[in-house]
Design a protein around this ligand. Structure first.
Ligand SMILES: Cc1cc2nc3c(=O)[nH]c(=O)nc-3n(C[C@H](O)[C@H](O)[C@H](O)COP(=O)(O)OP(=O)(O)OC[C@H]3O[C@@H](n4cnc5c(N)ncnc54)[C@H](O)[C@@H]3O)c2cc1C
Ligand code: FES
Length: 240
């Protein structure tokens, strides 16, 4: 599979929380964590989604607008058209890794956590959301037996506040070689600044409006870089 959409079937549909599902497809993809695919529903739209798992291929979709609503309406056995994988992924190797996720960002980071553990890394995760009902993948990260720090804006689970409030002191502790993050733009901006202050290398996955996904249309351009080709993961250098 790559540039031409392939029709895959939905073999499972996992309800993750009140607004998020995971689509499980009848396909295995050779992909790295941090890469994405373009999902197409004819008559609706085509949108990028991070790979939540490669075998079977999985995407975690939060319901926010027309495309995600249509994806939520799919049932087992329905087709969905997929092309990819596209983009850079996160680097995978040994070391001490901190993973920070906001919203659906927890899903691709869970795929990353599994690959990092296989590579011998020490992994901790920090997950944030508005309320405990919005937190995603807490149980799955917990199932990997790694420390999970939660933050909720209403204080209903974990530390009260944003995930950046939890991550900032962890980055300053000297315990981590690398920060991996996926979430809303404001969160990524704050984490990038904190990486620079603490000299911890960062690999941050960004969102942009995408149409082609393969470097042709220019719709995902940010600061003279194409998020679909040069990203979505962009590095912040570490070191002193
Ligand atoms: C590289 C990449 C990977 C992505 N991976 C995922 C993924 O794994 N899971 C996923 O659910 N989405 C992911 N997205 C976002 C996805 O492509 C769509 O933009 C999203 O599903 C909204 O599309 P829509 O048509 O449903 O709503 P739209 O009409 O595009 O958006 C409706 C409203 O919701 C806002 N909005 C858009 N996305 C979100 C969000 N995530 N949380 C809160 N508000 C939002 C918009 O600003 C708009 O105001 C990714 C985007 C990129 C660029
Ligand atoms: S989506 Fe077309 S250039 Fe990136």
């Amino acid at each position: 599979m790559r540039e031409v959409p392939v029709a895959l079937r939905l073999i499972d549909r996992i309800q993750e929380n009140h607004k998020t599902i995971t689509l499980v497809l009848d396909h295995a993809l050779d992909a790295r964590p941090g890469q994405f695919c373009m999902l197409w529903l004819p008559g609706v739209d085509e949108k990028p989604f991070s790979i939540a798992g490669p075998d079977p291929l999985m995407f975690t979709v939060s319901r926010v607008g027309p495309f995600s609503e249509a994806a939520h309406a799919l049932s087992k056995g329905d087709p969905i058209w997929v092309r990819g994988p596209f983009g850079t992924g996160w680097s995978v190797g040994p070391g001490r890794a901190l993973l920070a996720g906001g919203g659906y960002g927890a899903a691709p980071l869970y795929f990353l956590a599994r690959r990092l553990r296989e590579a011998g890394a020490e992994v901790e995760a920090a997950l944030g959301a508005r309320t405990s009902a919005d937190l995603l993948f807490m149980d799955r990260f917990g199932g990997l037996g790694l420390p999970v720090h939660a933050a909720t804006e209403d204080g209903s689970m974990g530390a009260p506040g944003r995930v950046t409030d939890v991550v900032a002191p962890l980055l300053g502790s000297g315990r981590f070689d690398r920060l991996y993050a996926c979430g809303p733009e404001a969160m990524l901006k704050a984490l990038e600044a904190r990486c620079r202050e603490t000299h911890v290398a960062g690999e941050l996955s960004h969102e942009a409006y995408m149409r082609c996904g393969v470097g042709i249309c220019g719709s995902c351009e940010r600061d003279a870089r194409l998020v679909c080709m040069d990203g979505p993961v962009f590095s912040v250098p570490g070191g002193g």
